[in-house]
Design a protein. Structure first.
Length: 344
C-alpha cells in the first residue's frame, strides 16, 4: 500500500487522505488506482455509510494531477502509455459521480485540476475560507478536463466558461455561489466536522452546526458582466466584448486569455458548447478524445516546461495566434482516437 494515499475506517465513515503535502497532494497514477479500488470495496461494505476525502497539510486539498511525471515520461521517449493515466483518472471521476453512498470532500486550500475531479463530483463539497479553486489547464497547453466538460457549462451566468478560458480563481464564497462547493465551514472546525462525520447517521444533519455563510465574492459581484461578455458565440467575439467593455475586470480577463495556449482556449470553448447537451459519461468520453489528441502535440509539454520544469513562465505556443488554429484542426480533437473511446 502506498503512503501517498491513506485509507481508514473510523466509525461509520471511510476516510481517504491524499498524502503528498510537499507536492500539494498531486495525484499520481498509483493514487488514482488505489482510490478506485478502495471505493469499489467500500461501496459493498456495510460498515461504511459514507466516504470522506481530505488532503494532508494546510496548503492544498489537491493541486491537480502529477503533470511533471507525464512530462518526464515524454522526454524519456515513453509517450505511448501516457493516455492510460487519463483513462484511469476519468473512469475514477465517473465512479465518484455515480457513487452509491454519500461522498464528502473536505476542502482546505488549493483545489485545482485533478483535485477538482476527486471532489466536485461527490455529493458534498465542503470548503473552508482557504479554498482556492481553479481549472488552470489552458495556461499549460491543456484543457479543463476531469469532468469540466460537464460541470463548468452548468455553473451560473457563464462563470464556468469564464473559469475555463481564463483559469479564473474562485475563493470560498464564489465557489459556494457557483456550485463548486455545496457547503462552507471555517478551517478551525475541520477536525470537529470529521469527528461528527465518523458517527453521522445523516450527513446533512451532522454538518448543520458547522455551516457558515461567507460574504459575496468578487466573481459573484461580476456575474452579470461575466454573463454578458461570455455569452458570445466565439472566442474572438468574447475578446471583442472584453476589449470593448472598458471595465478593469474585463481588461484583466482579456489579458489572461491571450496569455493561454490559443489551441487550448479554442478547445475549451468548443468543449463548453458541447458539454451543455451531454450526459456526464458522454462528457468523459469527449475528454478522453481530446486528451488522446493533445498528447500527440507540443503545447501541453511546452506548458509544463514553462510552468513546472524551467519555471520561466514563458511558453512558446504553436500556433501563437487564435486565427492560426483552423476549424479542421480544432475538429480533430473531438474525433474518436485510433484505440477507441473511453470504456464507460
Amino acid at each position: 500500500m502506498s503512503d501517498e494515499i491513506l485509507f481508514e475506517k473510523r466509525g461509520r465513515a471511510g476516510f481517504v487522505t491524499l498524502n503528498r503535502p510537499k507536492a500539494l497532494n498531486a495525484l499520481s497514477q498509483a493514487m488514482v488506482r488505489l482510490l478506485e479500488e478502495q471505493l469499489t470495496r467500500w461501496a459493498d461494505d456495510r460498515e461504511v455509510a459514507h466516504v470522506v476525502i481530505t488532503g494532508s497539510g494546510e496548503k492544498a486539498f489537491c493541486a491537480g494531477g502529477d503533470i511533471r511525471s507525464i512530462y518526464d515520461a515524454r522526454m524519456a521517449g515513453k509517450a505511448d502509455g501516457l493516455a492510460e493515466f487519463f483513462c484511469e483518472e476519468y473512469l475514477l471521476n465517473a465512479h465518484i459521480k455515480a457513487y452509491p453512498k454519500p461522498y464528502i470532500a473536505l476542502i482546505n486550500g488549493i483545489v485545482m485540476g485533478g483535485g477538482v475531479g476527486v471532489s466536485v463530483h461527490g455529493s458534498h463539497r465542503i470548503g473552508t475560507e482557504k479554498t482556492l479553486f481553479s481549472m488552470p489547464e489552458t495556461g499549460i497547453g491543456f484543457f479543463p478536463d476531469v469532468g469540466g466538460t460537464y460541470f463548468l457549462p452548468r455553473m451560473p451566468k457563464k462563470t464556468g466558461i469564464y473559469c475555463a478560458l481564463s483559469a479564473g480563481r474562485l475563493k470560498q464564497a464564489d465557489a459556494l455561489a457557483t456550485g463548486v462547493l455545496t457547503h462552507a465551514i471555517e478551517e478551525r472546525s475541520l477536525g470537529d466536522v470529521a469527528l461528527a462525520l465518523e458517527g453521522a447517521e445523516d450527513v446533512n444533519t451532522a454538518l448543520a452546526p458547522f455551516l457558515v455563510t461567507p460574504e459575496k465574492g468578487p466573481v459573484t459581484e461580476q456575474a452579470d458582466l461575466i454573463e454578458k461578455l461570455f455569452s458570445a458565440s466565439s472566442v474572438s467575439d468574447i475578446l471583442d466584448r472584453l476589449d470593448g467593455s472598458g471595465d478593469e475586470f474585463a481588461r484583466k480577463t482579456a489579458s489572461a486569455i491571450r496569455a493561454k495556449s490559443p489551441t487550448s482556449v479554442l478547445i475549451a470553448f468548443e468543449q463548453m458548447k458541447r458539454g451543455t447537451e451531454l450526459s456526464f459519461n458522454e462528457c468523459m468520453k469527449l475528454e478522453y478524445r481530446i486528451v488522446s489528441r493533445i498528447l500527440l502535440e507540443n503545447d501541453f509539454f511546452e506548458g509544463i516546461r514553462a510552468a513546472v520544469v524551467d519555471k520561466d513562465q514563458n511558453p512558446a505556443w504553436s500556433p501563437t495566434q487564435f486565427s492560426q488554429v483552423d476549424s479542421a484542426t480544432l475538429a480533430s480533437y473531438f474525433e474518436e482516437p485510433p484505440e477507441g473511446d473511453l470504456p464507460l
